[in-house]
Each structure stands twice: as C-alpha cells, then as structure tokens.
Ligand binder design. Structure first.
Ligand SMILES: [Zn+2]
Length: 413
C-alpha cells in the first residue's frame, strides 16, 4: 500500500496538470493498458480520479483494456509507472497529432454542402436540416427548440407522414463533443430515410414519427472544430475550468457514482442536475413529444449497444425485452459489414456512470426502449475515426435503427 501511495505521489509530482484549454498534441500517444490483478485495476482507477491524463476509456474490470492518451511530456512518467507496476501496455495510436491534423486538413478541403465523405460542423448540419424541411414539406418538419449557452439555435427534425401522436423514436447524437462519428451517423440515418429508397420506408414513416437532434452539445462540438479536437464537455464556465459532462448531468440518480465532482474533470457531473441548458432543452423535448417508445443516443467508441441502468448494476424489470430488441438490431447491423457489437446494460458493459441520458429517458421520461450506442471503432482510431468510415458506419447502423423502427411500428404495450 505504501508503494502505491508513493507511486501516486510520483505521478502527481511528475505530471503537469491537464490543461483545460488548447493542448499541445505533438508527440502525444494513446496507450492501451490491461489490468491483470486487483492492485493494477485499483491503481488505474486511482490514476483516473487524479484527472492528470485523458482517459479515452475508463478502468472497469480485470482484463478490460483501458485507453489513456498521454502528451509527449507525460509519456515517460506514465510508461515508468506502468513498468513499475508490471502493467502491460501497447501503443494503440502512435501519433495522435497526425490524426488530428488529417481531420482538420480533410475538413478544410471538404465541401460545405452536406455529404458523408467528410465531417461537418454545427452550422452546416443545422442549415442542412432546414433545407430538408423546405424541400420535403410533407415528410420533414424542423422546430427551433432552444438555445445553447453560447447562443446556438438547437433544432429538432421530425420525420413522419402520419398522426402527430403516432409512436415515436427520439434519436440524438453529439452529446460528447469529440465523438464526431455520432452526428455523422445520425445525419446519415436522416438522409437515408428522406432521400434513400423512400417508397421502402413509406409504411414505416406513416406509422412512426422519428425525432432527431444530431448535435445536442452544440458549443462543445463547435469548439472541437475551432480549437480543441478532443474536447468532450459543454462550454459553460465552471469556476477555474470549463464545461460539464452532459452525459452525467441528467436528473435520475444524478451523481450517484461514476461521475466526478471536480469541475476540471472530463466526467464532471455539474453543480446540480440539469445545470446545462442544452440538456434541459433535450429533456423538455422528450417530455413534450407524445408517445415516445424508443430513445437512442449515439456515442463513440467501443461498438456497444447498451440499455439501462448506468447508475447501478441492477437491471430494469423489463430488461429482457430491451435485450431482445438490441440483439435483433445488432444482428442486422453486423450483417452489413461484419462489425461485431457487445450488448448489455451500461454498468455491466462499460462501467458505472450515473446521470446519463438513457437512464433518465427510461426512469424519468417513460421511454421504454432506451439505448446508448457506442459506434465504431474498438480503439485503432478511437475518437479520431477517419471520415472514410462514415459511410460504412452509417450503412450498418441504419439497419440496426430500421429494426428498432419496425419494432416500434408493430409494438403494442
Ligand atoms: Zn460519449
């Protein structure tokens, strides 16, 4: 135990605190470490709580890989400590700066008009939603539903040709700013339903209303384009630091584990539940829209299709129904490109994380089939998934969403 404390002290002494603003990523790497015994796991959990490194995935259990990004300055001490503790690691991403540079260069060359061969910023996505509504008045409706902390208009796009109280599905993306594949996938799904083989979906769209918010953390997302590619949180001022983890901010067993009270931490739950205006806006939509049967929130990465709960390892009473629909959705997803997904409750699949949107949607918002989906990949690129993977990710995920859509179409409570 004494050496454990000494090591923690060593890390604190040697590693500069993570800057809350622009990071120098030159020489930064992502290391994958796999805890093999309890002491290693507990050490990693302690290290995570110290908030010195950018953990791309959190220490959960023995045998589960943990991805940690370290800057050039941090790498020697991180390696030294891992060696000392005999924790095996491999370099997952040898050159983070290069991938970030490639993302920005691809962006600079990309067309402003919406497509799925490049990533698009918040303004381009919202302009496209308006354009869809103008061009497809019988099918699409766009509503301005709120304003972000920095003043960006938040919009909901509703697709459906039937009654307003038809069973509904609410789909959001971009709650974590750096997970760019999430808004790209949500817009891909919208585009398929609107501009794809539309006659194929006419029964579905006559019987089910789809409500989409592709980017529910607009300020954070904009910041990843303008300043810091790996920013995760919102952009509200929180004392000496900035931003709240919007997926720890929901008022259902808020701050009951797997969230931080440190305003500088990436998993900061906020000064109170629903402190973030953007999450209030989404909450009000879920509360207002009639007859929602399913909620899907898209994240990356890890390839997981998860259902509640995230605040406890207990399962909801009806978990078998949620599990069965998830199995069907994942089977359809995997059939497209062979991409494998894990299925399970959030706590049992990744880790305890209270204050998540899916827990709230089910526990407080009364949306029965509530899911959090972690899209591609499993860590080769992590949050920096190349734009060339948007279309295959969209193709496979769309098939999973269609399964949920058709299930909702024929569902009777
Ligand atoms: Zn996320």
């Amino acid at each position: 135990m004494r050496s454990f404390v000494l090591l923690l002290a060593l890390v604190v002494a040697f590693v500069a605190s993570r800057p809350s603003e622009r990071q120098n990523l030159h020489g930064a790497q992502v290391l994958r470490v796999v805890p093999r015994v309890d002491t290693q796991l507990h050490y990693l959990q302690g290290l995570h709580k110290l908030n010195q490194y950018d953990f791309w995935s959190e220490p959960k259990a023995i045998g589960h890989p943990v991805d940690i990004m370290a800057t050039a300055f941090q790498l020697p001490s991180l390696r030294m400590v891992m060696d000392h503790l005999n924790i095996k690691y491999q370099v997952m991403i040898p050159n983070v700066a290069k991938l970030v540079r490639e993302d920005y260069q691809a962006r600079a060359k990309a067309p402003k008009a919406m497509d799925w061969t490049s990533y698009h910023d918040y303004d381009e996505i919202t302009a496209w939603l308006d354009e869809l509504a103008t061009n497809n008045p019988g099918l699409c409706k766009v509503s301005d539903v709120g304003t972000s902390y920095e003043g960006r208009t938040m919009k909901v796009l509703t697709l459906g040709t039937g009654a307003a109280d038809n069973p509904g599905i609410f789909i959001d993306g971009g709650i974590h700013a750096r997970e760019w594949i999430s808004p790209a996938t949500v817009t891909y799904i919208i585009n398929e339903l609107v501009n794809g083989a539309s006659s194929t979906y006419s029964d579905l769209l006559a019987g089910v209303n789809f409500h989409f918010m592709p980017v529910i953390n607009p300020d954070g997302y904009a910041y990843t384009f303008s300043n810091e590619r790996l920013w995760r949180k919102t952009r509200s001022p929180q004392g000496a630091c900035t931003g709240v983890d919007p997926n720890r901010n929901w008022d259902f067993h808020w701050n009951e584990g797997g969230a931080s009270n440190n305003p500088c931490a990436d998993t900061y739950c906020g000064p109170n539940a629903f402190s973030e205006i953007e999450m209030q806006v989404v909450r009000d939509q879920i509360n207002t829209l009639p007859n929602l049967v399913s909620y899907i929130s898209f994240h990356s990465y890890s390839q997981l299709w998860m259902y509640p709960w995230g605040w406890t390892s207990d399962l909801p009473e009806d978990w078998q129904e949620l599990d069965s629909l998830a199995q069907d959705a994942v089977n359809a997803l995997t059939a497209v490109h062979g991409t494998s997904y894990e299925i399970g409750s959030s706590t049992n699949t990744i880790y305890l994380a209270s204050g998540g949107s899916d827990d709230w949607a089910k526990g407080a918002g009364n949306v029965k089939f509530s899911y959090t989906v972690e899209l591609r990949d499993t860590g080769a690129f992590g949050f920096l998934l190349p734009a060339g993977q948007i279309i295959p990710t969209g193709e496979e995920t769309f098939q999973g969403v269609l399964v949920v859509g058709n299930f909702v179409l024929s569902y009777t409570p």
